[in-house]
Design a binder for this molecule. Structure first.
Ligand SMILES: Cc1cc2nc3c(=O)[nH]c(=O)nc-3n(C[C@H](O)[C@H](O)[C@H](O)COP(=O)(O)O)c2cc1C
Length: 408
């Protein structure tokens, strides 16, 4: 059992194309490789995972009316955002703890994204120093969990700028952490308990993770820490005594975003916007863009789907660059979000699972799969580039949902 599991990563890498035919494939493989506490932390959502399901359902309810007999032989999905040309209209969203999920998780995601010509957003809850990720020669997007304590904002932003990041994403939907009951039930906590029999057993029974991620880094002298929550290195990830300090995030208001705007010279993006009112306020305080997002269903489990929110926010017009995340697993999902008003789309979980099972090769394969699907669907819709989506009609009809049809 153990030798099979230790060999699991290279084996997965070698025959990637035979089993990873779409983004959904990575989750099933990651379930085998990751200790349950970590697998469920990534795969799970908050409370009853209603919003997680709602994000997926929102895509199934929508459909395009394709055009035919159009020359689509010269297709491109190149997209420009904030003056930078990207190979595709999607990027990798910020995900905390990546270094515990995949070997060199943050650097792996950043390098793969850069090699494939798409952006990667480094999480403020990451465990690799932002300077190291930036030096890996790629990411210029950093997501900050802005401290509610105003005095600490300037020092953090100075560090982010000095590290070479040009686009700052302020996550606004986490005054408190969502209730990740599924992850907690499998032993996850933040900080992770240091001496815990259940977690110890999970490590022993997942030797490839234990050897390649935990022991390799620990033996190399790394102390897993939240490296980027503040100007200085943050608290350790493993502790049996510490309680997570949320940096008074529940005291965060628009005043803090205004302060960030005064201090930050690069592009400012607010993530986690769901209401049209808040989108207007973002514009009023000088943000350059927003990511319409319900955190992939990991925060309020009573929220609307991000796609419904996007449609409403786009409907009111305005100058902000609209970006989207939540439940994007197929190329046509990217196109649907663009059609409904987004300029760009971010993908979360599947990219981290791809990194967990097959490292850099896995993430690059995942990016190419999604890119190929975008191109394929452009052709099937009878258009050659995303801008031409304006010529394609869409409809929303819940009875088109195959799941509800099969129940009936
Ligand atoms: C394991 C994990 C960690 C995350 N950590 C962060 C984070 O640190 N900051 C943040 O703004 N969003 C975080 N998110 C939310 C993602 O950026 C994104 O909104 C969400 O994953 C998109 O949904 P999807 O996974 O269905 O694509 C995290 C998501 C996951 C799955």
């Amino acid at each position: 059992m153990s030798s099979y599991a230790v060999r699991a990563q290279p084996r997965h890498r070698k025959d990637l194309t035979s089993w990873a035919m779409n983004l959904n494939a990575f989750e099933a493989r990651a379930r085998r490789v990751l200790p349950p506490a970590l697998f469920h932390y990534v795969a799970g959502a908050s409370e009853d995972a209603i919003v997680y399901g709602r994000n997926a359902k929102a895509f199934r309810e929508r459909s395009f009316f394709p055009k035919v007999l159009v020359d689509v032989s010269n297709r491109t999905s190149k997209t420009s955002l904030f003056g930078v040309d990207y190979a595709h209209p999607f990027g990798i969203g910020p995900m905390g703890f990546s270094r515990l999920i995949a070997r060199d998780g943050d650097v792996t995601l950043a390098r793969a994204a850069s090699a494939e010509g798409i952006p990667f957003v480094l999480s403020g809850a990451s465990l690799t120093r932002m300077e190291e990720v930036s030096a890996a020669g790629s990411s210029s997007w950093f997501q900050a969990y802005i401290p509610g304590d105003e005095g600490r904002i300037a020092a953090l932003l100075e560090r982010v700028e000095a590290a070479g990041f040009r686009t700052l994403v302020v996550t606004a939907d986490t005054p408190v952490n969502g209730a990740h009951e599924r992850a907690v039930r499998h032993g996850f906590s933040a900080p992770i308990r240091k001496f815990d029999l259940n977690l110890g057993w999970q490590g022993i029974t997942h030797p490839s993770w234990l050897v390649n991620i935990l022991l390799r880094d620990r033996l190399g002298g790394l102390r897993f820490r939240f490296e980027n929550v503040d100007a200085d290195p943050g608290p350790p990830v493993f502790s049996s005594t510490l309680v997570r300090d949320m940096k008074r995030r529940d005291a965060l208001t628009w005043r803090h975003v205004e302060k960030v705007r005064q201090l930050w010279r690069g592009n400012l993006v607010v993530k986690g916007i769901m209401s049209a009112d808040d989108a207007r306020t973002c514009e009023a305080v000088g943000a350059d863009g927003i990511i319409v997002s319900n955190h992939g269903g990991r925060q309020a489990d009573c929220a609307a789907s991000s796609l419904d929110a996007l449609e409403r926010i786009a409907g009111q017009g305005g100058k902000l660059k609209l970006m989207y995340d939540g439940g994007v697993r197929r190329g046509w999902h990217v196109l649907m979000a663009l059609k409904l008003g987004a300029s760009f789309v971010f993908v979360g979980r599947p990219m981290l699972f791809a990194a967990a099972v097959a490292g850099d090769a896995g993430v690059r394969h995942a990016i190419r799969l999604l890119a190929d699907e975008v191109s394929l669907n452009l052709a099937l819709l009878g258009i050659s580039k995303p801008e031409q989506l304006r010529e394609i009609e869409v409809s929303k009809n819940s009875s088109c949902d195959w799941r509800s049809a099969s129940v009936v």
